[in-house]
Design a protein. Structure first.
Length: 138
């Protein structure tokens, strides 16, 4: 019954294409900040929402306090990643949610760390000065 259509409830789009990505076979794309890499799994070009795997090499950091233009959520898959100004530390199994506009950071990866990162809109109000590639800020 592949041709059967189901009405979308409420405010869901009338059509939503399924996505299946084998993230394990994707290459890590180095970001323009040393030691930070990504595998972009989903991006909505209209809203800026995204889902990505982010890898921080041991010793990598986001160097300055900053805020995001949307809500940011992260789930730590491996490693140890600290928000150094507050001591909040992500370890495997940690879920972190940072609301839009909340200043946080800097950060430090105490060991190689991989997180699943989700934004419900654009990442930054303006591109941070630690990036030189526009793709890294979206």
């Amino acid at each position: 019954m592949a041709d059967q259509k189901t009405e979308a409830p409420g405010d869901m789009p009338a059509r939503l294409d399924e996505i299946l990505i084998q993230a394990g076979s994707m290459e890590w794309r180095p970001k323009s900040l040393a030691g930070v890499h990504e595998k972009m799994l989903f991006r909505d070009e209209t809203t800026g929402a995204s889902v990505a795997l982010i890898k921080f090499d041991k010793g990598a950091s986001i160097p300055k306090p900053h805020a995001h233009a949307s809500n940011q959520s992260m789930y730590c898959l491996s490693g140890k990643y600290e928000y150094t100004s507050t001591g909040i530390t992500l370890v495997p199994g940690s879920f972190y949610c940072n609301p839009k506009g909340n200043v946080h950071g800097p950060t430090l990866a105490h060991e190689e760390t991989i997180v699943l990162e989700v934004y419900d809109g654009p990442h930054y109000p303006v591109m941070p000065d630690w990036y030189t590639d526009e793709r890294d800020a979206h």
